[in-house]
Design a protein around this ligand. Structure first.
Ligand SMILES: NC(=O)c1ccc[n+]([C@@H]2O[C@H](COP(=O)([O-])OP(=O)(O)OC[C@H]3O[C@@H](n4cnc5c(N)ncnc54)[C@H](O)[C@@H]3O)[C@@H](O)[C@H]2O)c1
Length: 444
């Protein structure tokens, strides 16, 4: 008997006992375990094993039966699936509360939507979506369900306390008025184009399910030759599977900016980078988006630089390239430069005397977020509060993807963020969505 049925039957037979139990331990108590499914049981999935062991993993799913066996060894007794749609069909039988998605990027928006439509909490690895249409559909679906579902995108660096220290410095005026923000990353994964057909898939790999909604591409073992946790680098440069560094490190690094600027989706974007390749995303890319003013700052521009592109350093002695993946905030009185775990403040100009900086009281310092996956467990058990829910993360990836739309269009695009349409260049709207293989529905 699973936990839900147990609670249902005991609630009928002995209602006071159940109520007392919740009073004693509380709905959010660690002893109150969630029934979860893990989709993608090797690679990034492995990084979730320890946290998941604190809950009940009742089902595991992977398109590679060897990987599935690897996951099952960790969660013996879990029901196994190779097709996530079948797992979701069984959600009632399994008594599922939620799912953790660690499959490739081109499946994320599909699985999240399908799961939310079945009343399930969702933790989804980054990036949340591969297109603006996907990002908007997942976000809208979450907003409809936000009073009952807990969602989290797997940008676990968000739990580093540095993220909120950066936010506080900006909000408390350490660089004066914020005028621009930039995120950058130096990962380079050049690929010439889709891989040629080579051999046949191993008998353990359900290749057609791996392709899922993506257009057909012939099997090539190189898509699968990466080491555990880094195999995404074998396929994420190809447009039909990923978005290169925008979805990859961009999801983490822009989070450092997004957490600090309280931005609404952009009203315009422009971009430049490597020559456009219809098969693979660019190595070098620079995008800029424009965001309206909010209640604490004026309008700002947000830049994303990847693969060798970098914003200008405010001083020669600061080599932004050495940060690897980082962010820079420009204000009227200086700069704040940050990596994921540390930051430097650079007051700039003769009047940058910090008298305008009003550090908050110790008691107003933002509290540590704690363990990132546990934040989601706790949210599923009751409070529904997570730091990277699909509203926050959906808007962030929509912003980055608009930069890619401008790159693909080869022109500045103006954007109506309410309608989700490019307004000045109708042809660019073709880049907001993608063609899926027949039989795959984004919001099923
Ligand atoms: N948060 C982080 O720091 C971080 C780090 C690495 C990867 N990731 C993300 O995790 C995801 C997986 O990356 P990876 O490197 O583990 O990739 P991967 O190619 O190794 O895939 C992970 C697992 O998913 C399985 N899989 C593939 N398609 C599936 C499907 N349709 N249904 C079920 N299982 C499927 C694979 O067989 C594999 O076992 C990516 O979206 C990536 O962006 C996040």
């Amino acid at each position: 008997m699973n936990r839900r049925n147990f609670i249902k039957s005991t609630a009928l037979a002995a209602a006071p006992l159940v109520i007392t139990n919740f009073k004693l331990f509380g709905a959010e108590a660690a002893s109150n375990k969630l029934n979860l499914a893990l989709i993608g049981t090797w690679g990034r999935g492995e990084a979730h094993f320890d946290a998941l062991l604190t809950q009940n993993v009742v089902a595991v799913c992977d398109v590679d039966e060897d990987h599935l066996a690897f996951g099952l060894a960790k969660f013996p007794g879990a029901k196994t699936y190779v097709d996530w749609r079948k797992l979701l069909d069984d959600h009632r039988v399994l008594g599922l509360d939620g799912i953790v998605i660690c499959s490739p990027d081109h499946t994320h928006a599909f699985i999240t939507n399908w799961a939310m439509n079945r009343g399930l909490h969702v933790y989804c690895e980054k990036p949340l979506a591969n297109t603006i249409e996907e990002a908007r559909s997942v976000r809208a679906n979450y907003l409809k369900n936000k009073k009952k579902l807990a969602t989290q995108v797997g940008t676990q660096r968000h739990a580093f306390q540095n993220f909120n220290r950066v936010r506080e410095l900006i909000r408390d005026g350490a660089i004066g008025e914020l005028t621009a923000a930039y995120a950058f990353g130096n990962r380079q994964l050049p690929k010439p184009g889709y891989l040629p057909a080579a051999g046949t898939p191993p008998s353990t790999l359900h290749y057609d399910l791996w392709l899922g909604p993506a257009p057909f591409h012939p099997y090539n073992p190189d898509y699968f030759s990466g080491k555990s946790g880094a195999n995404c680098l074998q396929w994420n440069m190809y447009w039909d599977f990923g978005n290169g560094q925008v979805g990859d490190m961009g999801s983490h690094t822009m989070d450092l900016v997004w957490n600090a600027i309280d931005a609404a989706p952009p009203t315009a974007a422009e971009a430049k980078g490597d020559p456009y390749n219809p098969e693979v995303s660019p190595v070098m890319l620079e995008t800029h988006t424009e965001h309206p003013a909010n209640h604490w700052r004026g309008p700002i521009r947000v830049g994303w630089y990847q693969g060798g592109a970098l914003p200008n350093s405010p001083r020669d002695f600061i080599d932004l390239n050495k940060i690897g993946h980082g962010a820079m905030f420009k204000g009227t009185k200086g700069f704040l430069i940050a990596g994921f775990e540390s930051r430097i403040l650079l007051p700039f100009g003769d009047d940058a005397d910090l008298t305008y900086y009003k550090p908050r009281k110790k008691s107003d310092v933002l509290p540590p977020l704690g363990h990132f996956q546990e934040e989601w467990f706790k949210a599923c058990k009751g409070n529904l509060k997570t730091s990277c829910n699909f509203d926050y993360a959906g808007q962030m990836i929509e912003q980055m993807l608009l930069g890619l739309v401008a790159y693909r269009a080869g022109e500045r695009v103006e954007y109506d963020a309410v309608a989700g349409r490019v307004t000045n260049l109708p042809a660019a709207n073709a880049f907001l969505s993608r063609q899926y293989r027949e039989g795959w529905m984004l919001n099923g």
